[in-house]
Ligand binder design. Structure first.
Ligand code: SAH
Length: 392
């Protein structure tokens, strides 16, 4: 099957960007099935790339390869081997979990695979990834030598591809929906079947260490704490006290279990189930103060079209956090919104400090970990940015 592009619309492919939008297409020969492999041709019928076809999505095709080569099990075996092999250094006596496949960034559009101890959790986000799902599952088990793979294809973006949610065990056995992983010598219980994303925020691994290093003797407020990634590291870093806030009672429950699991001082920890936006206001009115505040909110802007509303939300929480910080206090603030880039995020945080009447400096820029790499040809793969700011 072949797809011919309009004149001039081959440019992004020549720069190795893997997406073809519906508006770039001149002609589709035949009726390729959802997820099947098609050749992309320039308007003068030159071969450009081989891609998966997605009839329901605005992103109509995603490139598997820019070479004229077969796209088959052996092709995917090499791709999966390369991605897993280059991550082997992330596993050692202190770490048994990391992202193995990060979609476009690993030249495997639509496929996410996270390893949690001895279990792989896979997400197929596109028609193309769905088409090859069984092959991917087999190859992931073959490459890692593991026996269990669980599917969490329940991300909203599947709707844009005309795909329904799918959750369930693909191979092996899962004795418990919660498994225990080790990250930098700390253990976390992860709920693989109901947790966010594939269960845990693996992308914050390095940043959790930053918090551990900075927390000593501090009164810490961890906003949007989920199952306690930053909270636990602050306690492990000998914080004086840690207050964790999240709107999810289940997340807070697991956070408490994780603190106990690591034998950390429960008497230094407290938590509040509530809305961070309201709570920060309440704390401001009560003149509460902290030495360190962590803000790791959910995605406010999935795409650039949501940027304006997201900007207001980021501004709001960062402004309040600057006010609640004591002089010399540290703000660790994140955005995981693809629609807000690092330049805009820094501007928002600067505006927040200005409006809070606070002088602050950036002492560190943070981003997603090396198991979530960013292909130089696919800058959209960059989504997590963080700033460590010091209030003067
Ligand atoms: N910092 C966490 C990940 C945060 S994910 C970690 O390192 O693991 C975002 C969290 O924000 C989720 O747990 C979600 O329940 C919570 N949340 C979303 N909106 C909220 C709100 N308005 N107030 C409080 N928590 C909220």
């Amino acid at each position: 099957m072949q797809i011919t592009l309009k004149k001039g619309r081959e440019k992004s492919l020549l720069r190795r960007h893997p997406w073809i939008f519906s508006g770039a297409i001149l002609q589709v020969d035949g009726e390729p099935a959802a997820g099947s492999t098609v050749d992309l041709l320039s308007s003068d019928k030159q071969f450009l790339a081989r891609a998966s076809y997605s009839p329901h999505s605005q992103i109509r095709a995603r490139v598997w390869t820019f070479k004229d080569e077969p796209v088959d099990r052996e092709f995917f075996r090499k791709r999966i081997h390369q991605a897993t092999n280059t991550r082997s250094y992330l596993f050692d006596s202190k770490n048994n979990s990391a992202r193995m496949i990060y979609a476009e960034s690993d030249n495997l559009p639509g496929l996410i695979a996270d390893r949690y101890a001895d279990v792989i959790v896979m997400q197929c986000l596109t028609a193309g990834a769905e088409y090859w799902k069984e092959t991917f599952a087999d190859l992931l088990l073959e490459e890692t030598g593991l026996a269990t793979i669980y599917e969490r294809s329940d991300a909203d973006v599947r709707e844009l591809e005309g795909l329904e949610s799918k959750i369930g065990l693909l191979h092996g056995t899962l004795p418990d929906s919660r498994i225990t992983i080790t990250e930098n010598n700390i253990q976390y219980k992860v709920n693989l079947t109901q947790g966010h994303k594939t269960g845990f925020y693996l992308d914050q691994r390095k940043n959790r260490l930053n918090v551990r290093d900075l927390a000593k003797d501090k009164d810490v407020l961890d906003c949007f704490c989920y199952t306690g990634g930053f909270t636990i590291n602050a306690l492990a870093g000998k914080a004086n006290s840690v207050l964790s806030v999240d709107s999810s009672a289940d997340a807070l429950e697991l956070c408490k279990e994780n603190i106990a699991l690591n034998d950390l001082p429960v008497d230094k920890h407290s938590s509040i189930e509530g809305d961070v936006f309201q709570l920060l206001r309440k704390f401001r009115d009560e003149a509460r103060s902290f030495d360190m505040i962590i803000l790791d909110p959910p995605k406010f802007a999935p795409t650039a079209s949501h940027a304006e509303k997201a900007t207001r939300a980021y501004k709001d929480i960062n402004l309040l956090a600057f006010k609640l910080l004591r002089p010399g206090g540290i703000l660790v603030t994140f955005s995981c919104s693809g629609g807000v880039d690092s330049t805009l995020f820094q501007k928002i945080v600067a505006g927040s400090a200005l409006d809070a009447g606070v002088d602050a400096q950036i002492v560190e820029h943070l981003s997603q970990g090396p198991d979530h790499p960013i292909s130089l040809h696919f800058p959209e793969g960059a989504y997590l940015k963080g700033l460590v700011c010091l209030k003067r």
